[in-house]
Design a protein around this ligand. Sequence first.
Ligand code: NAI
Length: 248
Amino acid sequence: MALLEGKIAVVTGAARGIGQSIALKLAEEGADLALSDVQADWLSETKEKVEALGRRAEVYGVDVSKGDQVQAGVDQIQKDFGRIDIVVNNAGITRDGLLMRMSEEDWDLVMNINLKGTFLMTKAASRYMMKQRSGVFVNVASVIGLMGNPGQANYGASKAGVSNLTKTTAKELAARGIRANAVAPGFIKTKMTDALTDETRDAMLSVIPMKDFGLPEDVSNVVCFLASDMSRYVTGQTLSICGGMVTA
Ligand code: NAI
């Protein structure tokens, strides 16, 4: 039997990049998908690909930083699928700049999407999971949240927050049969990292012991493991996927 047969999974930021890869991996392992992104029509490619794997996919336009949209989206998903087994909080953005020049707007935007968005989704979905006495959260953090990085004060702090929020979620909900873990990707080839200059890219490569960048599938394989019963006794952890860059 496939690892996630019969499970209902929600993935935020599923239109492209790591989020799309996660949705496809979970579908490959038998899950049906509630795909969400800022606009529902951005999700048509992911929906087609999930359906080509023989699984159900519905799309939801939800800005994760807006409490009313998150609540309405999660309620609708519960109504459409009848349960929520897995939530992958993947939606995230960067607005890089040195601390001295970082605007308050860029600080707030990154915090609101990356950290508050994860909180809002966790709060809304855990209400349903608590009733069914089972569920799994997998939150997408970052190695930058573990080690800091020049130019990423907002991003690093938001992702450190995601790792810590994951610990509290795990401790509060363990007795209700709910697990929460995070992944901390390093440098993964997506549209987000395509925007980097060659100089930054070379500098990153020089500090990766495996001397290679990761692929979205390197992240989605680990997310799938954490979403499945294979990791039944693992909760509150942040697992780095970074070619050995961070080892703590
Ligand atoms: P991406 O930019 O390709 O995809 C991000 C997705 O999130 C997009 O589909 C976007 O529309 C969606 N999104 C943005 N704001 C949103 C909002 N307010 N509400 C709902 N959805 C929203 O980025 P990528 O690289 O696929 O990143 C996915 C996650 O992985 C992010 O949380 C990112 O911080 C994290 N990550 C990525 C790394 C990399 O090297 N690419 C490294 C470490 C972490």
